[in-house]
Design a binder for this molecule. Structure first.
Ligand SMILES: Nc1ncnc2c1ncn2[C@@H]1O[C@H](COP(=O)(O)OP(=O)(O)OP(=O)(O)O)[C@@H](O)[C@H]1O
Ligand SMILES: [Mg+2]
Length: 330
């Protein structure tokens, strides 16, 4: 069997979290060599690669203000453009847009139109670029956003990006620090469904989530929280505790999940991503609240085998495509 070489370009933290060395051994036993790419060294001497899997989120965000990161990123891009035979998982522009909540919420809004027949939606939201509470108030009223509102930073990557707040009335709008998005809060019985996609396959795990709140404006102080205290497997917070009388909703139907994942894959052009969905307790609509790049796949024991299968299938496609006659040039 031909030995395939797959380069992984990940931060040390991500390598540890995904257990890259165990995955490398898993691949080695199946005829695929995993190579850890060191971005600070010339890519040429580390190649050739059949596939490169990467999560360059840190570098992309840092490149905005740091010239060293900009150089690393452009060396990487140059290598990829010069080696069209190497398959990149996933394309850089597709990933970059998900690091910006303004861009990712526009995608969710667009998907909502193509998925309306499946009853899939995403909560109404506003892009906030001003710190002027009266301007924000006007925009909230114009858009008819319902309270409570959840406020999320525009940047979707890095430690600060998980600092959020719940705003209960116009009085709290001064707590929305721009640039950010304000999104209507949807009661969902404190259950988050994390959908993890690997190529054609997807897996769903349940996580704790924010509890229900009374709908409509109320005289309550803004609640500031970190989303990682809420929706990690080990999260346990007073914000996620439901009272015992709250009925549990049935999980979303597989058919609807399949339709959503298929449409997202087509729209994003990505293979490794996650979608966070909740079920609206009033309307039962499957509601998309977040799309994540190359997520942790925690609670998905099939992750290694699915990732290797996806890499193999991508390469099979590449080989079949190279056997086809090239299009005629007039
Ligand atoms: N519109 C909403 N209505 C109700 N709850 C919400 C809404 N948006 C977010 N949440 C809650 O807040 C949590 C964090 O939101 P979100 O997934 O957008 O943040 P994140 O920090 O980007 O997440 P991740 O860790 O997946 O990157 C969700 O897991 C969910 O519990
Ligand atoms: Mg999330």
């Amino acid at each position: 069997m031909a030995n395939r070489r797959v380069g992984f370009c990940l931060s040390d933290e991500k390598k540890k979290r995904m257990n890259l060395s165990t995955f490398a051994e898993f691949c080695r036993l199946r005829g695929t060599e995993v190579v850890e790419i060191d971005l600070s060294q010339p890519m040429e001497s580390q190649g050739p690669f059949d596939v490169i899997v990467h999560k360059l989120s840190d570098v992309i965000v840092e490149a905005e203000h740091d010239s060293q990161s900009r150089t690393l990123l452009s060396n990487f891009q140059e290598y990829v453009s010069a080696h069209s035979h190497t398959v990149l998982l996933d394309p850089l522009p597709a990933m970059t847009q998900l690091l910006d909540r303004f861009a990712s919420y526009r995608i969710m809004n667009k998907l909502q139109k193509s998925l309306r027949d499946w009853g899939i939606c995403s909560p109404p939201y506003l892009e906030i670029n001003t710190g002027d509470p009266s301007a924000i108030r006007e925009a909230v009223e114009r858009k008819r956003l319902s309270y409570p509102l959840i406020c999320k930073t525009r940047v979707a990557h890095g430690s600060g990006s998980h600092e959020m707040s719940l705003i209960f009335s116009a009085k709290g709008l001064g707590d929305a620090g721009p640039p950010c998005v304000l999104q209507s809060f949807v009661n969902h019985g404190a259950v988050l469904h994390k959908v993890f996609v690997v190529g054609e396959a997807h897996f769903t795990v349940e996580r704790p989530s924010l509890r229900n709140f009374a709908l409509g404006p109320c005289d309550r102080e803004t609640i500031f929280f970190n989303s990682h205290e809420v929706s990690k497997p080990e999260s346990c917070s007073h914000l996620t505790a439901l009272d015992e009388n709250t009925p549990r909703l049935p999980p979303p139907s597989q058919e609807v999940m399949v339709a959503m994942v298929k449409e997202l894959r087509r729209e994003l052009g990505m293979a490794l991503f996650g979608v966070d969905v909740i079920v609206n307790i009033q309307t039962r609509a499957l509601t998309i609240i977040d799309i994540n790049i190359f997520p942790g796949y925690e609670g998905v024991p099939q992750f290694f085998s699915s990732l290797l299968s996806h890499i193999e299938s991508v390469l099979e496609h590449r080989e079949t495509a190279s056997l086809l006659p090239s299009p005629m040039v007039p």
